[in-house]
Design a protein around this ligand. Sequence first.
Ligand SMILES: [Zn+2]
Length: 303
Amino acid sequence: MSKPVAWGAALVAAAILLAACAAPTRPTGKPIVVATFTVIADIAANVAGDRLHVESITKAGAEIHGYEPTPGDIRRAAGAALVVNNGLGVDAWFDRFTADLHAPRVTLSDGVAPVPISSGAYAGKPNPHAWMSPRAAEVYVDNLRRAYTAIDPAGADQYRANADSYKARLRAVRDELAADLRTVPADKRALVTCEGAFSYLTRDTGLGEKYIWPVNAEQQATPRQMASAIDFVRDRAIPAVFCESTVSNKPMRQIAKASGARLAGTLYVDSLSTADGPVPTYLDLIRHDARTIAAGLTGSAAR
Ligand SMILES: [Zn+2]
């Protein structure tokens, strides 16, 4: 497989050359921070405040696990003051393309205690969706504050203040999440979803977890995965199942039909919505998911 490697290297070299020729456009006049996906870009923007301009490489609604960066993406990263990624494998695609770049980079999940994936081809590897725990997101905030201070020491006090106030908001949303999910009766406390992306959220809130496929990199529902999910829902008489915004809900519709459960809404994990959608920010995402899950499992209407 030497051709793709050579092509990748040529692409990076060309992008760096282009970046060197034409200075990156900075309409705001602020240093540019490039993040791999919208969820972490929003967290990064909150810690940056008005000192840095944060952009996401992938757009709202994108499937992020198997994303293929474009030459334009590489050009943006080459001109950035800082490159931000999640790590734990979810945005491994970006490693290949930033390996030769000079921009400093920060991996936000560094320091988070990982939850291992329990089954499938990725069994034993860390589950990458650590941001689904607002508690773990505080580690993301600390990593951002340190990285920003390193590239812009004059902003140290501002970044600390931004980080402190955002952490207070993370704690408030964490309390809301716990309160919403406490309303679910003990025998219905299981979250059934398309992707196994909720392991950190279910760990924090004491919910059981069942999913069709472990990570979106697999994204194929085998007959065995389908049967296992149907049995799980039937055996426990779970009233509601869910699917995520970035994948097809067709297999989950089949599971709902076969088990008698209701497909009770769309959850957001790997991407925010656009600004006029239901989850334009990370805090909205956690709030929306907590309310949708609680409403589905208690049979009440979502607030
Ligand atoms: Zn995912």
